[in-house]
Design a protein around this ligand. Sequence first.
Ligand code: NAD
Ligand code: G6P
Ligand code: MN
Length: 444
Amino acid sequence: MKKDNLKVVIAGGGSTYTPGIVQAMISSRGKFPFTSLTLYDIDESRNDDMYQIIDYMLEKESLTKEVSLTETTQPEVAFSEADFIFSQLRVGGMKMREVDEKIPMKYGLVGQETCGLGGFSYGLRSIKGLLEIVSYVEQYAPNAWLLNYTNPETLVSEAVRRAFPNVKMLNACDMTISIEETIATNYGYNRKNWIPVYYGLNHFGWYSSIYDKSVDRDILPEILERLEKERLHVADFNAGDDTWQEAWDMMRLMTKNFPGYLPNNYLEYYLYPNRTIEHTDPSYTRANIVMDGREKKTKEMARKIRAKEKGEILDFNFGEHGQYIMDMAASILNDQHDRFMLIVPNQGAIPNLRDDAMVEVPAYVGRSGAEPISLRFAINDFHKGLMEAQNAAEKLLVDAYFEHSYQKALQAFTLNQTVYSADPAKQILDDFIEANGNYWPELN
Ligand code: NAD
Ligand code: G6P
Ligand code: MN
């Protein structure tokens, strides 16, 4: 593997998250010396907006000579000679996210980007898009590392595991880091001292301990105690975002009613669907909030740059999101063996769960990739039961994708832990088939 002059590709270059990743890359150039950055997207206009923003950022940092920036919609141009690929596609865009969120709500069920039936609708679109990226990597850059943020993580990583078992790929989610950062800043900890143990499926897991090196003990019990008494406020990077305040409030409710563990906030959709439905406006969901917020802000930045406006133009803050994936790449490059939460085949990591489940657990990352830890304890029946049902539903959905099976899709929809009856499962599946059109595989 090359140690410098790295070529990095961002697949889904037009993503609103790209500036945060590039900012982290710029500040990490010492340990991650890249000289070429390519934005690859199927949407030329989104990609060009981002090209303007990134070019502006590089100019501000006086890096335009050292880093060559390319935008392209051609896979061969993008992936040839790549060393690292960061992928963050949203197949169907925010418009289809809106559909994913709104259709289940019409039938009184949770409508969410990655959880529930909205997540399953997104999954069948996303698998197709991501498998395409992996096939380009295999064809044009077989030695490159692919670091993936594309959602829904468990579904896409399960599909890649089946179709491309040997690809050099890490699947990651920023949620654990964002939970940790929010707790640390609220309660005055430094999470750099933490060695957390966490297990689950993606957006479906629990912390069982958080060892703090500065005091040499597990501080999870004291964090849980504080959560009971003190409200958790959104950290700076989510400032003003009411959706996240609701999520932290729901997380506190879960720790109160199911003590002893810190749950991923996304479990609210499975444990309290009734409450999340109550606080969601079915005609203005998260997709609308993001389109009217982050997406508009991004377009506005590109407009101002094209118009050569003066003053403060850059306007984004994604917290640790960009740094997290950047740190993974550096940990591979420099064989650092830093620890991250990753989505990996279980293979005994959670001893009493099936080996071929895609689970999210801590893993050390070095030159040869991820080395997940084994928990060395059996998880309890409550967590195990929830995970097994959800995992079976996800496996069935991926089966449906590869086998073009309507029956498997219906089983998956019915088993999804947000669904109480096969009636809405079937109605929603049929609505999604129509709404997704060619984005979905044909189901017979
Ligand atoms: P976005 O819509 O702003 O950007 C996604 C980009 O992907 C768009 O520019 C789109 O044109 C492009 N795209 C769509 N299909 C493509 C394809 N087949 N090939 C190449 N490009 C394609 O979305 P966003 O809000 O920035 O999110 C991007 C992705 O990252 C989503 O999957 C989202 O769920 C995920 N995400 C994951 C995490 C995590 O922790 N894992 C965190 C944030 C976002
Ligand atoms: C967190 C999750 C991601 C998810 C994102 C949604 O970062 O880990 O998986 O995509 O939130 O954020 P948004 O602002 O698009 O609703
Ligand atoms: Mn996530």
